[in-house]
Write a protein that binds this ligand. Structure first.
Ligand code: EPZ
Length: 417
């Protein structure tokens, strides 16, 4: 199994580009199925989750070609409405294909997405929403057998929780449904806006994506398009944490600062200096990291749950006590135990994690427990005394393009073996 070897102590310097957003490219790739035609998708990151999504498109009959960070998808000939178990388990978020396949084929069959490191990943909101749009769903033996005999019909859907994936599935199932769909309490993440902008570039009629009430008017066809995926705001947050913990000076390019409005104040409270430009941020890490009293993860525009682990890593070396409350996922502190192995002082009580800053972290052999938890270990290792071995880095590769090259370009001593 591959692992990363990191020698701590280097201050990061230089400049780095942020790659395209994983959590936007995945639903957009699913959306290419909605209608025949060609999508030229730029800034599509080279990640294992994206590779898994492309495998699903190929399995369903699409023609997909990749040239560096451009992926060209032709979805004229779809010859299946089923996603095999093996492909479903490769990527948990493949549930987002459900709405697109049903919209194109009026049926779909796929296995329940597995739980993941963040705890059970229920899909009740996806199921209840699709049923309201006219889908009959048989759930048995871990398989979802879906059918929309008389096609999909627009309706009003009130989400009890602003689920990102459920909002995306409703959008994908309703852009070509008969009539109007209104989503109440929709997720407002920037990735929702990016998906809507992609669909609108194909001729979809979507109003107020990114707000809590989204209105979709069904259309009968979508045209081909060329589109550029937004920058990944969580990768940008990860890089800012890495620069901050090492006291470095780095220009982070190809970011949308508006997407970082809920994390920038946290970095400033920790003592980092951030000069924000139109599509880049110059980050100067602090000589002493200050604690951040209260960090509560919330649906957007609140503090993003995906930023919790990377920022916790930075705060393990703060001069005081920081408190996190994880309100989105029920077990998203697995990285805390691994950080403690490196000398961090973290106490987890249910949703709450109390991080008492320590003087030093020490290199150790640790395990990446999930995507952002793995990134947190990289961040801690950059500032630890000695050498850290990070195992199970397949988790990290799901969401970060060659993290060792990215950080290595900034002067980090990090190799993959
Ligand atoms: C998306 O997951 C992201 N993944 C996650 O990023 C991100 O953490 C999450 O949104 C929140 O921002 C992708 O976009 C591929 P949710 P998703 O549905 O859609 C519960 C990463 O690190 N829920 O908003 O699964 C659910 O259990 C990943 O890049 C239900 O109860 O998130 C969770 O507690 C991790 N029933 C909460 O809602 C449902 O039907 C948030 O889930 C659906 C969700």
């Amino acid at each position: 199994m591959e692992r990363l070897i990191v020698k701590g102590g280097e201050r990061l310097r230089g400049e780095i580009d942020v790659h395209g957003a994983k959590n936007s490219s995945l639903p957009i790739l699913a959306a290419t199925l909605l209608c025949g035609g060609e999508t030229v998708l730029h800034n599509c990151p080279k990640l294992s989750d994206v590779d898994a999504a492309i495998k699903i498109l190929l399995y369903l009959g699409c023609d997909v070609k990749r040239y560096e960070d451009t992926v060209i998808i032709n979805s004229d000939s779809i010859n299946s409405s089923e996603i095999p178990e093996s492909l479903m388990h490769e990527m948990r978020s493949s549930i987002v294909f459900l709405g697109a396949i049903i919209s194109r084929m009026n049926k779909a069959k796929l296995s329940f997405p597995g739980g993941c490191e963040l705890g059970p990943r229920p899909i009740d909101l996806h199921i209840s929403s699709l049923k309201k749009l006219g889908v009959t769903i048989n759930e048995e033996y871990g398989t979802l057998d879906c059918e929309a005999k008389s096609g999909l019909v627009g309706t009003k859907i009130n989400l009890s929780f602003p689920s990102v994936g459920a909002t995306e599935n409703i959008m994908l199932a309703s852009v070509m449904a008969k009539g109007e769909t209104i989503i109440l309490n929709a997720a407002q993440e920037p990735e929702i806006i990016d998906l809507a902008n992609y669909l609108i570039s194909r001729g979809a009629k979507i109003k107020d994506a990114g707000k809590s009430t989204v209105i979709i008017e069904g259309v009968s066809e979508l045209k081909s398009t060329e589109y550029r995926v937004m920058p990944d705001r969580i990768v940008a947050t990860t890089y800012i944490s890495a620069v901050s913990i090492t006291g470095g000076d780095v220009l982070i390019k190809d970011v949308n600062p508006d997407d970082l409005e809920s994390v920038i104040p946290v970095f400033e409270q920790a003592g980092s200096k951030l000069k924000v430009y139109k599509d880049s941020i110059f980050v100067s890490g602090p000589s002493i990291i200050r604690p951040v009293k209260n960090i509560r993860t919330m649906p957007y525009p609140g503090f993003p749950t995906d930023a919790q682990a990377p920022i916790m890593a930075m705060l393990t070396l703060s001069s005081g006590t920081s408190v996190f409350v994880e309100n989105i996922f029920e077990s998203r502190y697995k990285h805390a135990g691994e950080l403690v192995r490196m000398g961090a002082d973290i106490k987890v009580e249910g949703k709450v994690a109390i991080v008492q800053g320590v003087e030093k972290l020490y290199g150790a052999s640790v395990e990446a427990t999930d995507l952002r938890g793995g990134a947190a270990l990289c961040i801690a290792a950059l500032a630890a005394n000695g050498e850290t071995k990070i195992n199970n880095i397949g988790h990290i590769d799901r969401g970060y393009e060659s993290i060792e090259q990215a950080l290595g370009r900034l002067g980090a001593k990090i190799v993959r073996e």
